[in-house]
Design a protein around this ligand. Sequence first.
Ligand code: AMP
Length: 225
Amino acid sequence: MALNLIMLGPPGAGKGTQAERFAKSKGIPTISTGDILREAVHTGTELGKRAKAIMERGELVSDEIVIGIVRERLDRDDVRAGFILDGFPRTVPQAKALDGIMAGRDPLIVLNIDVADDVLVRRLTTRLICQKCGTNAAVEDAAAGTGSRCGKCGGPMVARADDNATVVIERLKTYLRDTKPLVDFYGARPTYRSIDGAQAPDTVTADLEAAVAALSKAATSGARA
Ligand code: AMP
């Protein structure tokens, strides 16, 4: 069975870090709509020009644009054994579109990383990303501070443009209004699990591993029933 995963959760919950770890251990690609959009902004494509100001305000890029990105990405051969979506879906219409894209494929496993608001604000206003390849610093790397180098490509680590306090508050508001309803959208599915994201990153990874093992078992027997 293909391992088709979604990482849900507020900004700063650790979705990117956990998705990267998981992707590496399972040999499947991570698809981060935020990374794809930041790359487009960085290289100045038409998409990047449309997305830049929206992202800087902490608002959401239109459903139509991100659904198009994900539809095209999930059409590629490298997702046959599975994928991890990080930062998508972020609205109910995106989740409904994803259900359409997934028709006839193995079921989605939905992992929600849950973290309290005050912890998120602290994490977001102190985290760093690589200016060159856009990789999020793992929480433990971020402690090294600005001026440190990316573990992946050696680029300089800097604060993300949308990680200043004002935009962080806006992004959390956007999350509560548009994305949190996805917990209800997916919550009743047998392939949904919520994990305590306030724990140490290694503990969160272990919890996620255990949840995925249990849920893929449930999904396999569900598919057979
Ligand atoms: P992220 O790196 O996931 O925090 O995303 C950074 C920014 O990219 C968000 O604040 C949005 O402006 C935009 N973005 C990323 N994913 C989506 C999505 N699924 N829907 C709409 N906007 C998105």
